[in-house]
Design a protein. Structure first.
Length: 84
């Protein structure tokens, strides 16, 4: 099995966020560090999924010939970019 190269990094967290991390760690019987790694991995995956969904929607918008669908997809793209 190949070993992953680990990198030490120091971060400063707001107190409330640290309390949440420690509560999760205690509840799941993990180290705070492990919880942070898992949360980062989940966050990065969520960001990637959102990016893929955006590009898929943009492609559908670009290829659509139906004016009603173009308006609907344009509105959805607006929500992606500018929020609600």
């Amino acid at each position: 099995m190949a070993q992953r190269k680990l990198v030490r990094r120091s971060v400063t967290l707001p107190q409330q966020l640290d309390k949440q991390v420690e509560a999760i760690a205690k509840n799941r019987r993990l180290s705070g560090n492990r919880v942070l790694v898992e949360l980062l991995e989940l966050g990065l995956e969520a960001r990637d999924q959102k990016e893929r969904a955006f590009f898929e929607l943009a492609e559908r918008f670009r290829n659509s010939k139906n004016p009603d669908e173009v308006k609907k997809l344009g509105d959805e793209l607006g929500h992606f970019v500018f929020g609600e």
